[in-house]
Design a protein around this ligand. Structure first.
Ligand SMILES: Nc1ncnc2c1ncn2[C@@H]1O[C@H](COP(=O)(O)OP(=O)(O)O)[C@@H](O)[C@H]1O
Ligand SMILES: [Mg+2]
Length: 262
């Protein structure tokens, strides 16, 4: 049976979809069978990030409403044949499916995959509950800003009402130069505010938004960080990407000044 993990945040735009795509491709590269489920109904993003938008024929709502079989709606990744996506619908008013509908689909996916990753919409409304109620584990993503951490903390509180096996936290878009300069919260400060087990730290990576997940992110700073998160998740290790040492000491100080001017 698959591990069923919801990726959530509270605040929108903190990087849930980017994170889901990158984590999924790192797990799949290890030979694990991984399926991503885009539950941001009406705002399909995962298919775009994965570069498979033009290969989408059916979506999750078509499956629920019986217009196709589950396997017909799954879209295979361009680079990895053990990675699949069940796309979200493009049309917001098509998104009238229930938590129970999602749970049935996730149960069926669990029999054929090792991991099912659920990309949650922003907020704590119906879409949030629909996604969380089909999961056994949650990853709460936040950026190191007060508003984002505050919303993530609220989400952590709400998640306690669900029967989850674990809730872990990830700090995304950390800028080492700003943390060293005292302009941004450190990841460990964020982790202690959230009071849940840390799963990883992802640096702010200028090139990330131009990349199809997995294949083209090789050799970018975030690549190592995503690999660490995948290892922590799959093997239970506690590797944390070090964003700070590059900007500490004499040469670090110079790098920090150059980065600030860029
Ligand atoms: N680690 C990162 N470094 C730089 N940009 C990032 C990072 N993570 C996400 N982004 C960017 O942030 C924006 C929002 O990301 P997205 O994954 O769509 O967020 P969400 O799904 O939470 O709304 C995108 O433009 C994405 O490229
Ligand atoms: Mg998203």
């Amino acid at each position: 049976m698959a591990r069923r993990i919801v990726i959530t945040s509270g605040k929108g735009g903190v990087g849930k979809t980017t994170f889901t795509a990158n984590l999924a491709s790192r797990l799949a590269k290890r030979g694990l069978r991984v399926c991503m489920l885009d539950l941001d109904l009406g705002l399909n993003n995962l298919d775009v990030i994965m570069g498979v938008e033009n290969n989408v024929v059916f979506d999750v709502v078509d499956v629920v409403e019986g217009r196709c079989r589950l396997k017909q709606a799954l879209v295979r990744d361009l680079f990895c044949n053990s990675l699949y996506l069940l796309p979200s619908c493009k049309n917001a008013d098509k998104g009238k499916i229930s938590g129970q509908n999602v749970k049935v689909i996730v149960d069926r996916l669990s029999c054929i995959f090792d991991y099912v990753l659920l990309d949650c919409p922003a907020g704590v409304g119906v879409g949030f509950h629909r996604a969380v109620s089909a999961a056994d584990e949650a990853i709460v993503l936040t950026t190191p800003t007060l508003t984002s951490v505050k919303d993530a903390k609220k989400v952590v509180g709400i998640l306690q009402n669900y029967d989850l096996i674990s809730t872990t936290t990830v700090v995304n878009r950390l800028r080492g130069d700003m943390v060293v300069g005292g302009e941004m919260m450190d990841a460990f400060e964020v982790f202690s505010m959230l009071g849940q087990k840390p799963l990883g730290i992802i640096p702010d990576d200028d090139n990330l938004s131009f990349c199809i997940a997995g294949e083209y992110t090789k050799n970018m700073p975030s690549d190592t960080a995503f690999e660490m998160v995948a290892t922590n998740l799959h093997e239970g290790t506690e590797y944390m990407y070090d964003c700070l040492s590059k900007y500490s000491g004499f040469f670090g100080n110079i790098r920090r000044k150059i980065k600030r001017r860029a």
